[in-house]
Design a protein around this ligand. Structure first.
Ligand SMILES: NC(=O)C1=CN([C@@H]2O[C@H](COP(=O)(O)OP(=O)(O)OC[C@H]3O[C@@H](n4cnc5c(N)ncnc54)[C@H](O)[C@@H]3O)[C@@H](O)[C@H]2O)C=CC1
Ligand SMILES: NCC(=O)COP(=O)(O)O
Length: 332
């Protein structure tokens, strides 16, 4: 019999839709063990508001992994600092959010769980509380001492990786250096081979400037950095590196049917197209970490929190995708 995997799900911002999504997910069948990292009180209260059954058992790493039971979750309890009002951010609970992520990292790095699947956090309120935080991607990279990681979002028919992540736009140009591009593309090639079983990955690399810089007349990053880096890497890696292609024409079937991934230079160059194509049916994953970390494609949904309106499509997709990644890792 195949041993169930252990998937740890962090509930994210307590005033957002994360807790609701986890409680709804608990009502679905799953062949693996689902472990929530959250406040038990919050999950119980959320289930009660949704009129859904929820039984919680404290997770014990020494016990055998068991397949999911509908209406039940294993839990790694983390206590809130203050009571939660759905839709209302409270900076006193930022430390709770960080503690759930810290706990998740510890469990994953020690091999006590096979993957982390994160619910959405609110980056602003965590910073407002005085804790520096740019995103899960950077948080887990830092905790794991990973020099570089790559954010990738994927939906049916489209994968988009990002050369830079949560960076103010005015800092992007300076950040896109030959070294950064080389590191990002190396991780991308390696993980497309190992996680997605693509022997010779085809990556379409976007330019940074309008029309990929128009031969240097609309910006020099392509001429000075992107083109030379791609030329050098083409001789070193077993991958097809196409580009730089102007980002405004990159996302068309002509290219997308030919390539495995688009590499965008910055967050809002790549993600609007991905979300237009697949919002609610997409996942976010971090490439280059020592463990599997996936996430939903959406944020905290504060405008709909506490109303029972949160759709679990992305969480569902992320869970299935996580299971696939775990199985691929086992068979490699
Ligand atoms: N993985 C993560 O932790 C992520 C966190 N965020 C954070 O979330 C916060 C809010 O970001 P926004 O830009 O407002 O994006 P958002 O995704 O929270 O909301 C955008 C719109 O989509 C709707 N929506 C989102 N998820 C939904 C769901 N599951 N079902 C139904 N409707 C849904 C919301 O109601 C809203 O109208 C920010 O602080 C951002 O940093 C954003 C993306 C990912
Ligand atoms: N747009 C995706 C996003 O911002 C999620 O970032 P992270 O928290 O997964 O690093």
């Amino acid at each position: 019999m195949i041993q169930p995997a252990r998937i740890l799900i962090t509930a994210g911002e307590p005033a957002g839709i994360g807790p609701e999504i986890i409680v709804k997910l608990a009502q679905e069948p799953c062949s693996d063990q689902l472990i929530a990292c959250a406040s038990p009180t919050l999950l119980k209260d959320t289930a009660q508001q949704l009129h859904l059954p929820l039984e919680l058992s404290v997770f014990n790493t020494n016990e055998e992994a068991l397949a999911h039971r509908i209406g039940h979750l294993w839990i790694v309890p983390v206590e809130l600092e203050s009571p939660v009002i759905a839709g209302k951010l409270n900076q006193t609970n930022a430390a709770y959010v960080i503690k759930t992520l810290d706990t998740a990292h510890q469990l994953a790095i020690n091999g006590a769980v096979n993957a982390i699947l994160t619910g959405p956090v609110h980056k602003g309120i965590i910073n407002q509380s005085g804790l520096a935080f740019t995103g899960h991607t950077e948080f887990f990279a830092d905790k794991s001492n990973a020099h570089k990681v790559v954010m990738m979002l994927a939906t049916e028919g489209l994968r988009v990786a990002l050369a830079t992540t949560h960076l103010p736009l005015k800092e992007v140009s300076g950040a896109v250096t030959p070294q950064l591009l080389q590191e990002v593309i190396e991780i991308l090639i390696h993980e497309l081979q190992s996680k997605f079983s693509l022997k010779r990955p085809k990556v379409l690399v976007c330019g940074l400037n309008p029309h990929a810089g128009e031969d240097g007349h609309l910006g020099r990053e392509e001429v000075d950095t992107i083109i030379p880096t791609l030329e050098k890497m083409r001789t070193q890696f077993d991958a097809e590196l196409i580009g730089p292609i102007p980002a405004d024409t990159a996302f068309q079937p002509k290219w997308l049917t030919q390539v495995d991934t688009v590499l965008a230079m910055y967050h809002d160059q790549g993600l609007p197209t991905l979300k237009y194509k697949g919002f609610g049916k997409a996942i976010n994953l971090t490439l280059g970490l020592p463990y599997i970390r996936t996430s939903v494609d959406h944020g905290t949904g504060l405008d709909i929190a506490g109303q029972g309106l949160a759709d679990i499509g992305s969480m569902h997709y992320a869970l299935q995708f996580t299971q696939q990644l775990i199985n691929n890792r086992k068979s490699n």
